[in-house]
Design a protein around this ligand. Sequence first.
Ligand code: HEC
Length: 142
Amino acid sequence: MRSRSLIAMLATTVLAATVLATGCAATTQRSAATSLPAGVTTAMIAQGDSLFNAGSCQRCHGQKGVGAQNAPSLVTGPWMHHRGSYDEIVATVTAGIPRTALKDTTRRFPMNPRGGPMNLTDAQVRDVAAYVWSISREKPAP
Ligand code: HEC
């Protein structure tokens, strides 16, 4: 009698834990999906990662966008040109930053539109911006 009630208790505990774990997993998945900006997918971020880290972006901003001699970090430090929303990043990458608009006038080069020689299409700009958005979540808004 005693061991049977113990088994029953164990079974209930396992069942409760399973329900709880399943519930948590579902919640985590949902919040991860809704925390991306509208229109952004994890596939876009992955595609943007390849474009950024193989293309001209990393020559100035450094591998993974951590900053280098010719351009600021896109991972840490305050934003210089906007508040870091996905749409603002898309606009900046599309238009580039002319020399007259540079905040740090000691930079050697302005930033050309659409990655300069990369000549990114609208879809590629959105991919690369999705990647920049993803690596810059710790940046404080100005
Ligand atoms: C020729 C060097 C160069 C290249 C190539 C380059 N950038 Fe930049 N980028 C800069 C400079 C310089 C700034 C602005 C610094 C300033 O205003 O003082 C900047 C600023 C930015 C900003 C705004 C940062 C802020 O704080 O507001 C973003 C976003 C950005 N770059 C993304 C990219 C992406 C994505 C690519 C590739 C498609 C790229 N850059 C390619 C030099 C470059």
